[in-house]
Design a protein around this ligand. Structure first.
Ligand SMILES: N[C@@H](CCC[C@H](N)C(=O)O)C(=O)O
Length: 283
């Protein structure tokens, strides 16, 4: 199976161009195998770039555990770069189909290649039941949850996929690696959840670490950064335009007042291409 390894500020996936390639097995089976950093290619999951009936291309995203997510913010910038650089659609404004609908991306080029990508991530979903959470409120802001005998104030946002944002003094390993997975699988979130631990630097700047549903801690999460931008405004901590420092790099975010959409800007990088040789492991 031919693949391309790409990352968006360190959130790395194995990408397959399904305009040209047929998968040797179901993506749910392939994702854990290729994601393995010792026995596979290595990555946070698998992303398929497929033809679309309603857009220039479609993204399907699978976490390292094989579960499919509706959306991937860093993945979508890389899909845009791939579609542009590999001539699937040579347009600086692209329409890309995702599980969260058709999204528009703007590409900024350098020497004829996509360098920076601005994504209209769409409008956040704030209704508790739709995110989904067990909470009835709309929005779910500073809601108390109990995990491992501790109480946390959480603000929940869906950017097509569910996020639980917690503002903290310090995003420690204890919080991200011990509490993160317990929140992901807690009964508060019927579809599991991505968890963001956020330090506010100033009203214009935050630092984020993410425990991702289905993949564990990653160096960055684009939908998570978008959810953090919304949660910062909802809790009165930050302005509508922020710079978010993630472990793998920075993203610029804006929750636009006029159209209620979140705009996310950041880089996308192609690392290498290769051929995966392990169909013998497949059932
Ligand atoms: N890293 C991604 C999000 C990937 C999906 C997530 N783990 C989920 O299950 O919803 C991003 O950049 O948004």
């Amino acid at each position: 199976m031919r693949f391309t390894k790409m990352h968006g500020i360190g959130n790395d996936y194995v990408y397959v161009n399904c305009f040209a390639e047929q998968l040797p097995a179901a993506p749910e089976t392939i994702a854990p195998l290729v994601s393995d950093r010792h026995f596979g290619i290595g990555g946070d999951g698998l992303i398929l770039i497929t033809p679309s009936e309603v857009a220039d291309a479609r993204m399907r995203m699978f976490n390292a555990d094989g579960s499919e997510s509706e959306m991937c913010g860093n993945g979508l910038r890389c899909v845009a770069k791939y579609v542009f650089d590999h001539d699937i659609a040579k347009k600086e404004t692209l329409k890309l189909e995702t599980g969260a609908g058709v999204l528009t991306v703007q590409i900024e080029t350098e020497n004829g290649l996509a360098r920076q990508v601005r994504v209209n991530m769409g409008q956040p979903i704030l209704e508790g039941k739709k995110i989904p959470t067990i909470f009835d409120s709309n929005p779910v802001v500073n809601q108390k949850i109990e995990i491992a005998g501790q109480s946390f104030d959480v603000t929940c946002v869906s950017m097509g996929n569910p996020h639980c944002v917690i503002f903290v003094e310090k995003a420690t390993d204890e919080l991200v690696l011990k509490i993160g997975p317990q929140i992901e699988r807690s009964t508060y979130f019927p579809s599991r959840v991505n968890v963001e631990f956020v330090e506010v630097v100033s009203p214009n700047e935050v630092r984020q670490r993410t425990w991702e549903r289905g993949s564990g801690e990653t160096l960055a999460c684009g939908t998570g950064a978008s959810a953090v931008c919304v949660a910062g405004v909802l809790t009165g901590r930050t302005k509508r335009k922020i710079l978010n420092h993630l472990l793998g790099g920075d993203l610029q975010l804006e929750w636009n007042e006029a159209d209620n959409c979140v705009y996310k800007t950041g880089g996308a990088t192609e690392v290498f291409t290769g051929e995966w040789m392990l169909p013998a492991l497949l059932p």
